[in-house]
Ligand binder design. Structure first.
Ligand code: J2J
Length: 535
């Protein structure tokens, strides 16, 4: 079994020759930033301000400390932290130690964390003691019991584990890290029962970061607000915290995206840009608190992660007093941005065009043939920062990628003559709940574990605010379970809260979807249609 799929040598050579892959590692990247911007502020978290030099020193001390405690180059380390400054020192510390962060999100619970640990064989887990009212130490103890985890590092009160504050250490040389190796594992939105992890190399990711910083016109005067969970691919790299560090700007970490938290922070720190998902943009636009704060420093709000409908997009400039940039990206690679010199109509109605001239785009029909220009089809892509395979997923890779290495995004798009893409829908078994991705099969499998569930199908249903919500159609066996009982059952299985179905509907039978063997995809589509018609 291969851990990951490198680019074929002829592509790797091409990307190096074109200057995309420069040989820089994340460790080098931070060192160069610290050299260039030493005393400038890099990270703001509440009243704490770290300079570039301080971040660099903290990252090295973390690296030495992790190594001294037995973390080895190549080891996987699950990182699940809220939006705090230590996220940056931990992650760059792991990069410098040659260890691979696995980026969990704050809502993940035992079902997800155990799966990440099992797939990766992670030896360590970095958490905060508690956050958002949840005690992560108990979760860590549970997962440690059941997996190969050896270390748990805790920001704050460590309980039975190790305090993150005790990790930093002095030391000599750090291990050699190669830019063509995998630097970290990012999460895929997923469409199958088992989570998929995305191996990104230093070379490929840093290319997308540098180009994003240019496209988004970042500079030393950039003050970027991290409103989404910092480990998500969007605020990490599009252009996100890494793009801002590249340009010598300042990262401001927000503990939550709500207007009461974010608006005062924008005013206090003079925030110039931020990236959010559509429901947050809507919440900000709809908030009466807008009038009470000086948001005039804001130059651009990026919106992505789910479709931002034109009606909402048109409101941005008047209501938030800044420009809109649409971002259509994916942790697997390809990122599209509308550009600042695009006509307003293109910014409002499209999801942008790719970063790189070497991003290859194919838009295909169900048989894999390219559709005529301007028509809707599934987006396939290949390029200098798009993976060629998921981590340790040989069987799934055969279906998720074409034989010639294109990633099947599962997104239905059409292309404008300018090269901009318009997202029209989805051909994958995933629900996009306001930017949070839910794999239908994963939730169905959890439901099927309930003794009174005979069959289950999970689909997306339209929602004005989130774009989509989840509805689970359930066929019971014996005494039908109630909705609240099924929800409690799912929570009890350690599932992240955003994956618990918003609606549970008991049905006697599923619709027939035509001749022959019914595919789950057809069934989900038919259920979603009947739901829509019934509304
Ligand atoms: C419609 N669907 C979108 C958009 C993503 C930048 C921005 C977002 C992500 C992200 C990211 C969309 N309109 N503007 O990684 O770097 C849906 C598509 C896509 C999937 C990827 C980044 N922007 N999507 O959302 O890995 O279905 O990345 O394939 O979480 O989100 O999800 P994810």
């Amino acid at each position: 079994m291969n851990d990951w799929t490198p680019w074929p040598e002829e592509f790797a050579r091409r990307y190096r020759e074109a200057g995309y892959w420069t040989g820089e590692t994340f460790g080098d990247f931070l060192a160069a930033r610290a050299e260039a911007f030493a005393d400038r502020i890099a990270v703001v978290d509440g009243d704490r301000r770290w300079t570039y030099r301080e971040l660099d020193e903290r990252a090295s001390a973390m690296a030495h400390g992790f190594l001294a405690r037995g973390i080895e180059p190549g080891d996987r380390v699950v990182v699940q932290l809220p939006n705090v400054a230590e996220y940056t020192s931990v992650v760059f510390g792991l990069f410098r130690a040659g260890a691979l962060p696995v980026f969990a999100l704050p809502p993940h619970r035992s079902a997800e964390i155990s799966a990440f640990c099992e797939i990766t064989g992670a030896v360590a887990y970095v958490i905060a003691d508690s956050s958002g009212g949840f005690d992560f130490r108990a979760l860590a103890s549970e997962v440690k019991e059941a997996t190969a985890l050896e270390h748990v590092f805790v920001l704050g009160d460590p309980g039975e584990h190790t305090a993150l504050a005790d990790v930093p250490a002095a030391g000599g040389d750090l291990p050699e890290v190669r830019s063509g190796d995998v630097a970290f594992l990012q999460l895929s939105g997923g469409s199958t029962g088992i989570p998929k992890l995305i191996p990104r190399t230093h070379d490929d990711y840093l290319y997308s970061v540098r180009e994003s910083a240019v496209i988004c016109e970042l500079g030393e005067d950039t003050v970027y607000l991290v409103a989404l969970p910092v480990a998500h691919n969007f605020p990490m790299s599009s252009p996100g915290i890494l793009g801002v560090l590249h340009a010598g700007g300042r990262i401001v970490l927000a503990p939550a995206p709500s207007p009461d938290v974010v608006f005062p922070l924008i005013a206090r720190e003079g925030v110039t840009s931020t990236g959010v998902v559509p429901p947050i943009a809507l919440q900000w636009m709809n908030s009466p608190a807008r009038a009470e704060h000086d948001l005039s420093s804001l130059r651009v709000i990026q919106v992505g992660g789910a479709k931002f409908v034109p009606e909402a997009a048109r409101r941005v400039r008047a209501e938030l007093g800044c420009a809109l940039q649409q971002v259509f990206g994916m942790a697997e690679g390809l990122v599209n941005y509308t550009r600042f010199d695009d006509p307003d109509e293109v910014v409002v109605t499209s999801q942008g065009r790719p970063i790189s001239p070497d991003d290859e785009i194919r838009i295909v029909d169900g048989d894999g043939a390219e559709v005529p220009p301007g028509e809707v089809g599934e987006l396939l892509t290949r390029g200098p920062y798009t993976i060629r395979g998921y981590y340790r997923a040989d069987a799934h890779n055969l279906v998720a990628f074409t034989p010639d290495g294109f990633y099947r995004t599962g997104d239905l798009v059409r292309r404008l003559p300018t090269g901009h893409l318009v997202v029209e829908g989805r051909a994958k078994d995933q629900i996009n709940r306001g930017g949070e991705k839910i794999a239908a099969e994963e939730i169905e499998n959890h439901l099927l574990a309930h003794p009174a569930v005979h069959d289950a199908a999970v689909v997306g249903i339209p929602d004005d605010y989130l774009g989509e919500r989840t509805c689970a159609f359930v066929i019971a066996t014996g005494e039908p379970p109630t909705g609240p009982a099924l929800r409690a059952f799912l929570r009890g299985r350690g599932l992240a809260a955003y994956k618990i179905p918003d609606r549970i509907q008991l049905v006697d039978a599923f619709p027939h979807t035509g001749v022959g063997k019914t595919s789950r995809r057809d069934l989900r589509r038919a259920l979603a249609d009947t739901f829509r018609k019934a509304q």
